[in-house]
Design a binder for this molecule. Structure first.
Ligand code: GAR
Length: 204
């Protein structure tokens, strides 16, 4: 089974979806560690409950981003992962950090990329009067939320939707999509070559 390290910053509901899928045997992989940049978040409790080792690398305790990322890399590499999943990890990452993991780091982002990179995606979709919105999973590259998209799930935006209702609809799609994509990666159906995502050998 593939060794998976998950990076989180908060509630960890996507982490939970991955834990559940791995426990059910839907993913040929094992989450071997959970790393959070924030102490006292629910995601760390979820790891504990699942018996997964977890640690905190608190960005506030470092002089600069480079020092934080050096420690983060060290912590990740300690577990020799085949795959690193960003599951609600809310720190921007330098290219020096990302590069060694290119092709084996995934991120889930709550918008239909390339729309709405960055923060407040649900608010921006509403403000723009979008009729559809959704979630993307992509390989992480040096460009923020800019790596090759692997898969997306859409939701309809209703007139009655608020930022909160939209977030909860998108979150449900996230919990289905992320385990699916991670399963593809672990079974080697999903690959990364020359900056592109491949599924069963075909460019996505
Ligand atoms: C998720 O909606 C995820 O897509 C988003 O943060 C949330 C984390 O929820 N990620 C980003 O915005 C990354 N830029 P969770 O902690 O419950 O999984």
């Amino acid at each position: 089974p593939a060794r998976i390290v998950a990076l989180i910053s908060g509630s960890g509901s996507n982490l939970q979806a991955l834990i559940d899928a791995a426990e059910m045997g839907a993913i040929n992989g094992e989450i071997v560690a959970v790393i959070s940049n924030n102490p006292d978040v629910q995601g760390l409790e979820r790891a504990d409950k699942a018996g997964i080792p977890s640690l905190v690398v608190d960005h506030r305790k470092f002089d600069d981003r480079q020092a934080f990322e050096a420690e983060l890399s060290k912590s990740i590499n300690h577990y020799s992962p085949d795959l690193i999943v960003l599951a609600g990890f809310m720190r921007i990452l330098n290219s020096e950090f990302v590069q060694p993991y290119e092709g084996k780091m995934l991120n889930i982002h709550p918008s239909l990329l390339p729309k709405y990179k960055g923060l407040h995606t649900h608010r921006r979709a509403l403000e723009n009067g979008d009729k559809e919105h959704g979630v993307s999973v992509h390989f992480v590259t040096a460009e923020l939320d800019g790596g090759p998209v692997i898969a997306q799930r859409k939701v309809k935006v209703e007139d009655s939707d608020t930022e909160e209702s939209l977030q909860s609809k998108v979150r449900q799609k996230e919990h289905q999509l992320y385990p699916e994509v991670v399963a593809w990666f672990c079974s080697k159906r999903l690959q990364y070559k020359n900056g592109k995502a491949l599924f069963d050998g075909q460019t996505l």
